[in-house]
Design a protein around this ligand. Sequence first.
Ligand code: ATR
Length: 288
Amino acid sequence: MSKPAIARDRYAVIGNPIAHSKSPLIHARFAEQTGEPVEYGRLLAPVDAFVPHVREFIETGGRGLNVTVPFKLDAHALADTLSSRAAAAGAVNTLRFDAAGIYGDNTDGFGLVRDIEVNLGVALAGARVLLLGAGGAARGVVLPVLERAPAVLTIVNRTAAKAEALVAQFAQAARDVGCRLGGGAAQAMEPVVYDVIVNATAGSLDGALPECDNRAFGTQTLAYDMMYGAQPTVFMQHARTLGARAADGLGMLVEQAAESFYVWRGVRPDGAPVLAELRKQLAVPDGA
Ligand code: ATR
C-alpha cells in the first residue's frame, strides 16, 4: 500500500526576475533538515502586479513569501503588522499569512549579523564597524548591527545626505546601546582602522568600488561585500590588496533564509551545510 502524500504548507519567493533565485534550493534543504512539511516555489510577478499575485497566493492557501527585488517596499506597504526591524528597514523580505492577517518582517540584517558573527567568527559587540552605502540594503542592516552594540558605527555614502539621514534616523537606537554613530561623505572619514567594513552599495553589480579611505582597512579587518558571485568582487579584491580578510554575501543569503524559515515555522535550521553546498555550486561554471 502506498503511503498517503503528506500535505505540505506552501511558501515561495516572489520577485522579478526570479528564475535564478537560490531560495527554493535553500528552503528545500531546510525542510529536509528539519522535517517540516514545507513546499517552496518561485513566483514571478509583473512589476505593477505585486499585490494581486500575493492575494491570489494567500487565497490558494499560501502561508508565506520571501520578497525580493523590486517588491520589498510594496511588501512593506501591504503588511498589516510589521516587526520593529522591518519598520526600521522600511522594507520587507518576509511575509507570513495567518488568521491575524499579513505580517511583514525583514531578516536581511539578521542574516548579515549571523554570517559575520557565527560563520565568520567576528564579534560585533565593541567593534568598530564601517557601513558603505545608504540605500535600501544599508538601511536594512543598521538596526540589527546596532543591536549587537558595536563601539562605533560609521555610515559613508557617495551621496552624503543619505548617510546623514540614516545617522539621524538611528541616533536614538545607537545611544541606547552606547554606540558612537556618525557618517556622511567618504572625504570626511576619520583615519581609523575598522574591525568590520560592510559594502552595502550597489557598486559591485557593475564592478564599481565605493569611495572609502584606504586607511580604514587593516590586517585584522573583515571586509564584507553583501553581493556574491563566482569570483571575488572588486571590493573584496581591493580589501585583500590592503591586507584585509574578505568575504562575500552568500552566507548572508543563507542566514536570512534560515531566519525567514524560523519566522514561519518556529524552527531554526542550520545554515552551515547549505552554505557549503552553495559555495561548491558557485565554483562550478554554469552548465558544467
Ligand atoms: P539597494 O536597495 O541595493 O541598497 P539603492 O537603494 O538604490 O539600492 O541604493 C544603492 C546604494 O549604492 C546607494 O548607497 C548608492 O549611493 P548613492 O546614494 O550615492 O546613489 C550606492 N551606489 C550605487 N552605485 C555606486 C557606485 N558606483 N559607487 C558608490 N556607491 C554606489
